[in-house]
Design a protein around this ligand. Structure first.
Ligand SMILES: Nc1ncnc2c1ncn2[C@@H]1O[C@H](COP(=O)(O)OP(=O)(O)OP(=O)(O)O)[C@@H](O)[C@H]1O
Length: 611
């Protein structure tokens, strides 16, 4: 037995080593053409022994001034790949860059947390180049303070699209006539989040790619006339959806990591307004005849991907059991759980922060042995939180060694939390791209990691969709894990469990959770709100996924159970309530028993913003 576990440990170590070997290039940062002080900073101060492959491929091309599209797996170091060449050029700039020259480089990112993260990396990189000023502007911050910072001058600016557009339109002192680099990090996400129109306006307001010849000479204008703006688009899931943005912003781009794309071609700067209208002008073109099943996204090879099949009514118990098992197996680790709505995050956060175990204590001694069901610190992150709470949750979770983060998709893109061992997708992501980014919060830079996707039996076809994109998942042995837990009191252990719901551990934990939820009006309200928004979110799945996540197939009583509610709240909106009543009336008239068909009747509820 011991021999086998030693062998498994050896194999895991070897796999991790292989992943690292495949990730790094056999060269040094300085051999890529970066300034020695900058290479030193990367190697000595930041501890990066060698560049990753994507860095080795991208840095020389970006240094050469070409526009670039970079598609590389999550956690492969794309941030350094675009920041290092910019710093290389700026530190050598003559005359020496100072605040009065305004902004030279603009990095556009989809979320506030990513904005702060890129800013932190930039600060570290600029350690020896104090005259280059980093800065950020983003939603949730005080505009007046940002205006003051922009007036003073920021050399490299990180921004979220909405706030950037606001400053471009309304902050006269925002100096950007020396702008030389525009970077869209997580380019596809910026568009998917509905920032398409803002992005087009930003591109327009920043002006054409070419600095106009013959402009009046200006002392602060230090970019040579005729020089070109350089634009970079990066993501782990660049696909045909970014074509419109690519056509608008890129000139003769070099593709990195887009093997199926068309060869480089010269593209018109101004393109027709309708996205992807002309196939010949597409920048990213997935060759479907070479790969008829669709495009593969880069998922780290060392990531262990699993799914757990759970009937709806047992979902909550399964989640708590999986988490307890994870933290009992390895106390010192970090886990992220993704939910589809903000209300669901709030409910589960409150529950996990307060729910104690064992549930029934009859004596004082038993009461004294009670402890939190999950002993780790639990954090939450979503878009309705106050900016300060968001910032603090993000920073604290990053620094913790053992913790759990419950989040919406706001944490799915780009965030780099060190040492996250496991990603749980309790609510299914939308498209496969979101799956890729969520799981990409673990197994970063060659580290090991696990990902677990929760699916109801009726949703199992989602696995086929993932397979089309190169993700193959093995089944998680849930029953085996449930069997490990000691049963409270004198509950008999049944030898053969027929269904998951009849498992004694599931029954006892579900009962305790419902007792807890009904113990406090606040908890019950959180559960009801979470139930309502979850059902709406479920109804909002788009495109082909609508045939997998069919709201009509939901048993709302079981959904309620998954929020520790004993019965289905009649809160899906008055229209739903009316519909249910009408259906029950119809069923009675037809002589059917209403309880036999307790499915969702209407599928027209729409989700609120998911993040
Ligand atoms: N050459 C390197 N050697 C070691 N670590 C590195 C190297 N380059 C970057 N890193 C580290 O790797 C981690 C991932 O980097 P980064 O966040 O840039 O990845 P990414 O490719 O942008 O991921 P995502 O697609 O999820 O946004 C960071 O912690 C970063 O500091």
């Amino acid at each position: 037995m011991l021999k086998r576990s030693k062998q498994t440990a050896r194999e895991t170590k070897q796999e991790a080593k292989d992943a690292k070997n495949g990730l790094f290039a056999a060269c040094s940062f300085s051999s890529l053409g970066l300034d020695p002080k900058l290479s030193d900073q990367l190697q000595e101060r930041m501890g990066f022994e060698a560049p990753t492959r994507v860095q080795a491929q991208s840095i020389p091309v970006i240094l050469s001034g070409r526009d670039v599209l970079v598609n590389a797996a999550t956690g492969t170091g794309k941030t350094i790949a675009y920041l290092a060449p910019i710093i290389h050029h700026l530190q050598a700039h003559s005359p020496k860059v100072d605040r009065s020259h305004g902004t030279f480089a603009l990095v556009i990112v989809p979320t506030r947390e990513l904005c702060l993260q890129v800013y932190e990396t930039l600060e570290k990189l600029l350690h020896r180049f104090h005259w280059i000023v980093p800065g950020y502007v983003m939603g949730g911050e005080k505009k007046a303070k940002e205006k003051a910072r922009l007036r003073k001058g920021i050399s490299i600016l990180i921004a979220t699209p909405g706030r950037l557009l606001d400053h471009l339109k309304n902050t006269a002192s925002f100096e950007h006539k020396n702008l030389r680099w525009v970077i869209f990090d997580e380019a596809d996400c910026i568009l998917e989040m509905g920032y398409g129109k803002e992005t087009e306006q930003i591109i327009k307001l920043l002006g054409s790619r070419q600095y106009e010849e013959g402009d009046e000479d200006d002392d602060d204008d230090i970019v040579p006339k005729g020089a070109q703006k350089q634009t970079l688009l990066l993501s782990a899931t660049l696909n045909e959806k970014v074509n419109h943005l690519a056509k608008l912003s890129l000139d003769d781009p070099v593709m990195i990591g887009l093997e199926n794309s068309k060869p480089q071609q010269k593209l018109p700067i101004e393109s027709p307004a309708s996205p992807d209208s002309d196939e010949d002008e597409m920048v990213i073109h997935v060759n479907k005849s070479a790969n008829p099943s669709s495009e593969d996204y880069g998922i780290p090879s060392q990531l262990v991907q699993k799914y757990v099949k759970v009937p709806c009514g047992a979902r909550l118990v399964a989640l708590l059991s999986v988490l307890k098992n994870l933290f009992e197996r390895e106390a010192s680790q970090k886990v992220v759980v993704f939910f589809s709505t903000r209300d669901a995050v709030d409910f589960h956060h409150q529950l996990l922060s307060e729910f104690q175990w064992p549930p029934n204590s009859e004596t004082q001694e038993e009461e004294a042995t009670k402890e939190l069901f999950l002993k780790c610190k639990t954090f939450r992150l979503h878009g309705s939180m106050e900016q300060e709470d968001r910032r603090s949750a993000f920073a604290t979770f990053k620094a913790e060694k053992q913790a759990l983060l419950l989040s919406t998709d706001v944490a799915a893109r780009g965030l780099d939390f060190p040492k996250v061992r496991c990603i749980i997708q309790y609510d299914c992501p939308g498209e496969a791209t979101e799956y890729v980014h969520r799981v990409g919060r673990t197994a970063r830079i060659g580290e090991k990691g696990e990902a677990l996707l929760f699916l109801q039996p009726v949703e199992i076809d989602y696995l086929k969709d993932l397979k089309k994109h190169g993700a193959t998942l093995a089944e998680y042995p849930l029953l085996k894990v449930l069997d490990k837990f000691p049963l409270p009191g004198n509950m008999p252990r049944i030898k053969k469990v027929i269904s998951l719901e009849s498992h004694p551990w599931v029954i006892s934990l579900q009962r305790a959770l419902e007792f807890f939820t009904y113990g406090e009006p606040k908890m019950k309200n959180l559960a009801k709100n979470a139930f309502v928004s979850w059902v709406r979110g479920y109804a909002a799945h788009k495109g082909e996924l609508k045939s997998i996540f069919v709201v009509k197939k939901l048993h709302l009583g079981h959904v309620a159970k998954s929020f520790a509610l004993k019965e289905q709240p009649s809160l899906v909106g008055k229209s739903h309530h009316k519909e249910t009543m009408k259906r029950k009336r119809d069923e009675r008239q037809k002589g059917q028993h209403p309880k036999k068909r307790k499915k969702m009747s209407g599928g027209n509820s729409r989700s609120t913003t998911k993040t």
